[in-house]
Design a protein around this ligand. Sequence first.
Ligand code: BES
Ligand code: MN
Ligand code: ZN
Length: 502
Amino acid sequence: MFQVKKELDLTAEHEGLVIGLIDKPEKFSGSLAKLDESFHGQLTELVKSGDISAKVKHISKVHSLGKIGSKRLWFVGLGKEKELSFDQMREAFGRLFKEIQSNQLTEAAVYLDSFVTEKIDQLDAAHALSEAAVLSMYQYNGYRQKSNIPERKLSELTIYSDKAEADEAKASLTVGYTFGKGTNSARTLVNTPGNMLTAADLANYAAELGAKYDFEVEILDKDEIEKLGMGALLAVNKGSAEPPKMIVLKYQGKEEWKDVIGLVGKGITFDTGGYSIKTKAGIVGMKTDMGGAAAVLGAMEIIGELKPEQNVVAVIPSTDNMISGGAFKPDDVITSMSGKTIEVLNTDAEGRLVLADGITYAKHHGAEYLVDIATLTGGVITALGLHTTGAMTNYEPLYEQVLEASMEAGEQMWQLPLFESEKVRVKSSQVADLNNSPGREGHAIVAGAFIGEFAEDTPWVHLDIAGTATTSKACDLGPAGATGVMVRTLALFVERFEPIEK
Ligand code: BES
Ligand code: MN
Ligand code: ZN
């Protein structure tokens, strides 16, 4: 998609030539002065009059009237240089590419140097550009007939740079592109309806990903799941016509299988709530209940592309949560793979059950650091809203690394506390070691505390993306629907991970 060229060529014929505008320039300099000369100084006048805006995230289009090779100039406002953050630049690019897409351009050029600021060097600008392009122009076409899908798409982008580091810029473009692609893959998995994406389908997807990137793939079917005693995953699956899968992908980037990071994603392909059934309104959208699994698979795609020097085992317990004569029910007591018994008080608290076996199995595969990710509770939405992922941990130094990655990715997260008082509540059953639903008060925290019982002493971070995995409103970096949240955070976390001396 990207092509890097040295020196801005004003005679080249592009459908659009994109220029970044910082600090409302009074005069253009360098290559842009030449551009302004081609317009007899009219561009300077248009900036003065406000017809070309330097306000942050404003896009202004100017027809070139044949004065240069490109048909139109597209100016991207970047506001004040001192105030402009990397996240804002990425959003500005997002807005640009959305506009480019709705104008049905198939080809365009960007003058990268005009996006370089004191704080944002050329490599960062290149990363922001490509990541934003891939994210913002994402569309889920699903099962619409061809005639209902817009056909013209941007497929060629020329990046001009007068600077010497043009080759490195190319590498940065590729990294941003890869992060965008991995996120979009997760979005598509989450947007796919439950009848089109069963546990077996998710397993096939993972196996294909594994084949492409040479991961070790292990897909446990129902017999093997039974043999290993994964009673929690099996309980949730009992009401289903579709067999469960335990999906494992291993990526080894170090000589030895040590310092292993376990990424465990909730893979509920549809959540009816089971006998603790959801309401008519509450059940709609529950195809997205494999958002944690999608985030893990999206991150594994990026890891497969960029091959960091790390060891990762991805574990995805997958099934739907259905109702039938054979389904599990409230009051049932089940035995998890760890041996811990669980009293089921609410069949709609199924995520923590499948994750319990997922965590135990990740440890079985040598995981020494755990991150679980799940569309786990409505409670996290009550606590933190729709734009912030809830986090919990039993080991602050690990959480700090995940938090750092989230800040770099521009994905908000906030920590919820894990106090003894809540640990006690998940252990309050009279008939089993644990109970899966000790009441609605602080139930995002209680859900995390439950999962923590299976992490035990292994450093662990829990991410609840029930609020952030989907959005009802389009934003600069994507349409309404699945967001692909935490794909980039997880991938960056893995890439930058440093084992912690204990
Ligand atoms: N999958 C849901 C959580 C969810 C809610 C995801 C809204 C996305 C949007 C989860 O399995 C669930 O049902 N949680 C219950 C737990 C309760 C029964 C303790 C909830 O949050 O209400
Ligand atoms: Mn549920
Ligand atoms: Zn669920």
